[in-house]
Structure formats: C-alpha cells, structure tokens
Design a protein around this ligand. Structure first.
Ligand code: ZN
Length: 175
C-alpha cells in the first residue's frame, strides 16, 4: 500500500528524531491521525514557532521566551552562586533536585578536541566575561560539568582560565 503523502512525510520527520526507528515512527504517525484536529493544529503551531520564539537568556544562556530566563528573573534566587552546566537538560536535572537556589551558566557543550570543539565554540568566553564583570557580587562558582573526560577537561580549563584572569571569585571555585 502507498501511504498518503502527508502521513508519509510525518513519519519521515519522526524517523529523523533520536531514538525513533522506522517502526516507532510509523506507529506515531498513525497515532496522530486519531488525535483531535485541534490538538494537531496546536502542536503544528508550537513546532512552527519553536525556534523563532525560543531564545538564550542574555545572562546565563538558559532557554527562555524573554530576554532573561525565569531563573535569572526570579528575585528569590541567590545571585551570588553560579552553577556551570553543560546544557539545559543538565540544568533541568539540577532543578528537579530542588536543593539548589543559585543561578546558572549554560555552556551548550563541552570542550571536545576529538570533535573539534574548543573553548570558544561553547559559551566559555561569555562565562569569563560575566565572572569578571560581576566579580564583586559572585561568592561561589560550582563547576557542575559531567563527570567524564570531556566534562572534567572543560571544568579544568574554566578553573585555569578564571585563575589566569585573576578573578576574586575564583577563590571559591569548587571542583
Ligand atoms: Zn538566565
């Protein structure tokens, strides 16, 4: 049987997603056909606007609809403590723990020489700039990169770089 074209294209779209094989893609495609039209239109609208409406926070590079993310914008959060995380998913798992009340800096990656990713390819220069700019108010920097080779190399680089810039905040860098 020939699958009608919109259904086929939808299935092909799902196949591009990580962890979705051809069989699951087909199942999802057929499942959507049974959903109410209004739900599909809403979802299509969100998908269509996803990239245009989602920005990086100008302060911490978390995702946001606005200039600042909901964490930087929250007066209850402790702005003296910055946790450095590799990506937004790491930030979200930090938040689920619910014990952390500081703010973040999202690197959007890790230093990974084998894949040609250097410090300037992720948001390290912006971090250094922020720490230098706000050094009078920053009391603690938590290096919360992942505990693997690349994550640790990234943390080491940031630590060294902060020392090199002679920032006061460096004194309380945790590893
Ligand atoms: Zn933010």
């Amino acid at each position: 049987m020939t699958i009608p074209q919109d259904l086929r294209r939808t299935i092909e779209f799902f196949e591009k997603l990580p962890g979705i094989g051809p069989k699951s893609a087909k199942r999802l495609g057929f499942y959507l056909l049974r959903m109410p039209q209004a739900d599909l239109e809403k979802a299509a609208e969100h998908l269509g606007q996803l990239k245009t409406n989602t920005h990086f926070c100008v302060q911490c590079f978390n995702l946001t609809d606005d200039e600042y993310c909901s964490i930087c914008d929250n007066p209850q959060r402790d702005k003296h403590t910055i946790a450095i995380v590799e990506d937004v998913l790491d930030l979200l798992s930090f938040e689920t723990g619910n014990h952390y009340n500081g703010v973040y800096h999202v690197l959007h990656g890790r230093i990974d020489p084998l894949n040609y990713i250097g410090p300037d390819d992720i948001y390290i220069p912006q971090l250094i700039e922020r720490v230098i700019r706000d050094q009078d108010s920053i009391e603690e920097i938590i290096l919360a990169t992942n505990p693997n080779t690349e994550g640790e190399a990234t943390a080491m680089y940031i630590k060294k770089e902060l020392f090199r810039k002679n920032s006061m905040a460096v004194l309380s860098v945790l590893l």
